[in-house]
Each structure stands twice: as structure tokens, then as C-alpha cells.
Design a protein around this ligand. Structure first.
Ligand code: FAD
Ligand code: DLZ
Ligand code: SF4
Length: 513
């Protein structure tokens, strides 16, 4: 039988991937570093380096196993501009009976793949991506078909389906599905934050860092002190470190923020999971085992597992349910261009300067920074959903459209009109002050609502409510906020709206990085 060509994408670096499961001697695995993927948006330098390093190591491990790998390098003699071109090149080198691929994580690439059979005259076998725990076509049944999809409903089905944190008689461990109420504590002053293991770049990673510096050195962000795990074995070691060290406090301080601490007790597992070095199932298994051995409390284990089998799977389901077209939704008619400080970090708003500065340095910010600082600002300031989406896709090394888009369009901007968020996640400076120490280092006063020194989140919050009053007053979950607005002294509202207009009018936007 003629061999198969198995095309493995950069976010499919899993040995048990469906397209590799029945690999035979003589088959060829194709992997390609391509310009189009690195530049269709100008990804953060660290993100490209992370992914290329992980790809090269994965290819090396397959070769060490005796698998034939055709690896197209961006700095090689034979270069490919796109996935399609790399396939065309590979098909000239190898006579194959079929092309085997695992379904891609993005609509854009699925469209590309759908054209390959006709373009090359070779059968293309598209296999499901069973690293996800919920096949995307089963998602609507599990999430319900009501007007608003509910993560909590979906999550309970997923607990039952996977058996994670379930008792022998089919009940949720601890008698409750959700321990979120215990997971909203600000950080005590004296608590020590765990020190992360460092993964020094080896020769392969150093080559990639040099390549990225040379080819993409003008993209956003820094490559300095690159120390992320880029191999399967380092990722496994890193997961063990997280479970032993940070997990016990993960739940309690999940919503906290602290100046100069980009990670706190978060797992920092999203990037290794999204590119395939670890599977979501094995991460949940490690966390559950720690709980069963009484090393991690239930609020931590449940909180973590909910993020993975709940939020992560749910977000992916929303993406495939709503695509194509989801990215163009703009329910609130937000049109303001992205301010320049998103690229420079130069703003006097300390919380934003910290979160954006850490993003530039690490290609990472934790969830509450993404949601309640940066995301909240994007919502209140009425920034254009397409510009915000592009920014989030560029700057985080865990960002792929399937996960970035619903988080931006649905979770932070309410641009989909409530596919899964029951109301916009809007907050004033008070929330940021309660959950962080940022305000103590800020030139603005979080207690003031108007005037030169007032925290911009405060007047932007009320300006957002006033600007969208009509739309929001139809949402019963906004009734209290809208009636507070209606009861406010008109002069006070007018002053806040003037301050908001001055502030927003003073933002500069040169049009991207
Ligand atoms: P932890 O806090 O340790 O959480 C554990 C895991 O839960 C994460 O690794 C992640 O896999 C999963 N998870 C938690 N929340 C979500 C969520 N809302 N959606 C999907 N998975 C979730 N995550 C990405 O992986 N890629 C993105 O491009 C991305 N973009 C985001 C954009 C916005 C506007 C927001 C609000 C969130 C976004 N997230 C994204 C979700 C979340 O912020 C990151 O997964 C998390 O910060 C990664 O850090 P961690 O691994 O330390 O997470
Ligand atoms: C994000 C990314 C980048 C920057 N470069 C590549 C690449 O050169 N080759 C590759 O196979 N994948 C890359 N990726 C990840 C892809 O964009 C990702 O696999 C698809 O978006 C999935 O649909
Ligand atoms: Fe952010 Fe306002 Fe606090 Fe400054 S005062 S850090 S702008 S919330």
C-alpha cells in the first residue's frame, strides 16, 4: 500500500493525535513553519518562538522514534509561504495514497483544508480532534438551546460525562458542583508567591530565538529571558510542579492581582495545552489525583477542573457553533480604534500599564488581568471588537482564534448580544482596587468619580451605562444598575460624561503596531 502523508499543524503537537494514531512505517509526517501563519496577524515574538521551538522539538522526537518527518523550516532552502504551499511541495517529494489530517482548531484553516482534495487530486481524510473532551457537534445538546447558553449547565454534563470529581454514586464531590464563592479572595499582604521553574533554551530553542529575532524582531513584545517549556517532557515536569506547589492556593486567589506578579497561583498551562504538549485530560487527572491524596483542597481542584472541562470546552463549542461570522458581531456598535498605549504600555492608568507591560514581556497576562482590567477597559471605552480581537490574538502565546474570539466577542465586549454572557462584565475602579494593589501605585484616585484625579474606570463605567442605557435596560440583570443611574443627580452624570468624553477624546490611535 502507498504511504500516507500526515500533516501536523503547530497546535497539534500531541503524539496521540488522531492523525498519527495509525501511523505505519513508510508514512511521512509533514510539519511546516510558514510565513502566512506567523504574519496573518503580527504575533508577539515570544509566541512565534514558543511555537516554532515546540514544533522543532516535537519533530525531533518523532524522528528519534523512527518516523519519517518532512519538516519545512522558515530559514531552510525550501520555504513555503502557506500551509497549502507546503503541502504542494511535500506532494512533489512523496508519492502518497492519501493525506491524513486532524481537524484544525480554526475555521480559517478548515476552509483551507476543504479545498485540498480538489486542488491536489489526493484524498484528504479529516479526523476529529479528540483531545477536546466534547466533540463540537455534541456541544449544542450539552449547552442547551436556550437564548443564552449556560456554561454551568454544560459543565455539569461534562462532570458526569468525564467522571472528574464525582463520587461513586454519581454525585458531585463535596455535595456541590461549584465552589466559586470560596474563590474570590484578595491576596493577603504577606503571602509568598511560588517561584516558577525555569526552562533554559537548548540549542534548538536558541536557533529559533535567533530566527525570530531576525525575521520578526519588529513584531510586538520581547524575547528576553525566554524560559518556557517547549518539549513534552518539560511540560510534564512543569505540570507536576504546578500541582505540587501552586494548585493548593489556585482556587482561593484565582481572582486576585498583585503588582509585579504576572502569574500568582495560576497554572500557566494554557499555551502548552493549546499547542498539544499536554492534553486537557491529563492536566485534570493530575489535579484530581492531588485532591484524592488530600494534597489540594476541593475548591482548588474543582476550580481548576471547571476552567478546563467547563470554560475551555464551552468556549470552543461557542466558537464552532457561531462560526462563520462570529468575529464581525458588534451588538453595542463600538467603533473606537485601539489606543496606542495597548502597544506601548504607556498610560498613567497603573492597572493597565502593569497588565500591558507584563503582556509585552511575557506574552502572558492572567485571566483577571485579561478580563477585568484590559477587557473591562475595552468594553467601557467602546473599542472596536475587530481591533480588540486582533490585539488579543497577537499578544498572548496561548492565543488561537477558537479561544480568543469567544472570550473577546462574547465575554468581554458583549458584542454578540449575549450568546453566553447574561450581561456585560462591566466594573468600576472599585473592583480593581478590591482585588489588587494597583491603585496604591496609581496617579489616579480610585475613590473619585469626577475631576482630573478621578479614576477613569469610574466615569467610563457610568458613561458606558448612560451611552447604552436603552439597550441595557431591556436586560433584567441590569435593572439595578440602570435604576441607580436614573436616580443619580443629573449634574453628576453630566460631569462624569464630560470627563469620559475628554478622556476618550485624548486617546491617540496611530493604527496598530
Ligand atoms: P488558569 O487560571 O491556571 O486556568 C486553567 C486553565 O483553564 C487555562 O490554562 C485555560 O486552559 C482554561 N481556561 C480558563 N478560563 C478560560 C476561558 N475563559 N477560556 C478558555 N479557557 C479557559 N485562553 C487561552 O488559552 N487563549 C486565549 O487566546 C485566551 N484569550 C482570552 C481573552 C480574554 C479577553 C479573556 C478574558 C480570556 C482569555 N483566555 C484565553 C482565557 C484565560 O484568560 C487564559 O486561558 C488563562 O489566563 C491562561 O492562564 P493559565 O493557564 O494560568 O490559566
Ligand atoms: C500560530 C502559528 C504560527 C505563528 N506559526 C505556525 C506555523 O508556522 N506552522 C504551523 O503549523 N502552525 C503555526 N501556528 C499555529 C497555526 O496558526 C494553527 O495550527 C492553526 O491556526 C490551527 O487552525
Ligand atoms: Fe486602575 Fe483606577 Fe486603580 Fe488607577 S486608580 S490602578 S486606573 S483602577
Amino acid at each position: 500500500m502507498k504511504p500516507s502523508l500526515r500533516f501536523v499543524l503547530g497546535d497539534q503537537l500531541t503524539r496521540g493525535l488522531s492523525s498519527l494514531s495509525d501511523i505505519e512505517p513508510g508514512d511521512v509526517v509533514l510539519m511546516a513553519e510558514v510565513d502566512e501563519e506567523a504574519t496573518y496577524v503580527r504575533h508577539h515574538q515570544r509566541k512565534i518562538a514558543f511555537l516554532f521551538a515546540a514544533m522543532r522539538h516535537f519533530a525531533g522526537e518523532l524522528e528519534a522514534e523512527g518516523v519519517r518527518v518532512d519538516y519545512i523550516r522558515l530559514d531552510g532552502e525550501d520555504r513555503a509561504a502557506s500551509f497549502t504551499q507546503s503541502l504542494e511541495m511535500a506532494l512533489k517529494r512523496h508519492r502518497v495514497a492519501r493525506i491524513v489530517v486532524t481537524e484544525p482548531s480554526e475555521w480559517r484553516v478548515l476552509e483551507m483544508m476543504r479545498g485540498w482534495e480538489a486542488a491536489f487530486g489526493v484524498p484528504v481524510e479529516l479526523r476529529p480532534d479528540d483531545r477536546f473532551l466534547c466533540p463540537w457537534d455534541e456541544f449544542p445538546d450539552l449547552a442547551g438551546e436556550g437564548r443564552t447558553l449556560l456554561m454551568e449547565t454544560f459543565y455539569r454534563h461534562m462532570r458526569e460525562r468525564t467522571g472528574f470529581l464525582m463520587t461513586a454514586d454519581g454525585k458531585p464531590e463535596g455535595g456541590r458542583w461549584n465552589f466559586d464563592a470560596e474563590n474570590r479572595k484578595p491576596l493577603p499582604k504577606r503571602i509568598a508567591v511560588p517561584v516558577r521553574p525555569v526552562f533554559e533554551p537548548d540549542e534548538t530553542t536558541q536557533d529559533v530565538l535567533d530566527l525570530v529575532a531576525q525575521r520578526f524582531g519588529n513584531h510586538f513584545g520581547s524575547l528576553e529571558d525566554f524560559d518556557y517549556p517547549v518539549t513534552r517532557s518539560d511540560a510534564v515536569r512543569y505540570l507536576a510542579w504546578f500541582v505540587d506547589t501552586a494548585l493548593p492556593d489556585f482556587g482561593t486567589y484565582e481572582d486576585a492581582m498583585r503588582q509585579g506578579e504576572p502569574l500568582l497561583f495560576h497554572s500557566h498551562l494554557s499555551a502548552v495545552m493549546n499547542c498539544g504538549l499536554l492534553t486537557p485530560r491529563e492536566c485534570c487527572e493530575a489535579v484530581e489525583a492531588s485532591y484524592r491524596k488530600a494534597k489540594a483542597p476541593l475548591n482548588a481542584a474543582e476550580g481548576f477542573i471547571r476552567q478546563i472541562i467547563g470554560w475551555r470546552e464551552f468556549i470552543r463549542g461557542v466558537y464552532w457553533r457561531e462560526m462563520p461570522g462570529y468575529g464581525t458581531r458588534n451588538e453595542l456598535g463600538a467603533e473606537r480604534p485601539l489606543p496606542d498605549f495597548f502597544w506601548t504600555g504607556e498610560t498613567e492608568m497603573n492597572c493597565l500599564a502593569q497588565a500591558i507591560g507584563e503582556t509585552a514581556q511575557h506574552a502572558f497576562a492572567h485571566h483577571i488581568q485579561r478580563l477585568m482590567v484590559i477587557g473591562n477597559f475595552c468594553l467601557l471605552a467602546g473599542l472596536s471588537p475587530s481591533e480588540v480581537q486582533e490585539w488579543y490574538l497577537v499578544v498572548y502565546h496561548d492565543a488561537y482564534e477558537w479561544v480568543e474570539m469567544p472570550n473577546v466577542v462574547g465575554m468581554i465586549l458583549y458584542a454578540d448580544g449575549g450568546v453566553f454572557a447574561t450581561k456585560p462584565y462591566a466594573a468600576s475602579g472599585n473592583y480593581i482596587n478590591k482585588m489588587s494593589d494597583y491603585c496604591g501605585h496609581c496617579r489616579y484616585d480610585v475613590k473619585q468619580r469626577t475631576g482630573e484625579d478621578a479614576c477613569p474606570f469610574n466615569y467610563l463605567y457610568w458613561d458606558f451605562m448612560a451611552r447604552n442605557r436603552e439597550r441595557l435596560s431591556r436586560n433584567h440583570r441590569m435593572t439595578r444598575t440602570i435604576s441607580t443611574l436614573d436616580r443619580m443627580d443629573e449634574r453628576k452624570v453630566a460631569a462624569m460624561r464630560r470627563d469620559a468624553a475628554d478622556f476618550l477624546g485624548g486617546l491617540t490611535s496611530a493604527g496598530g503596531y
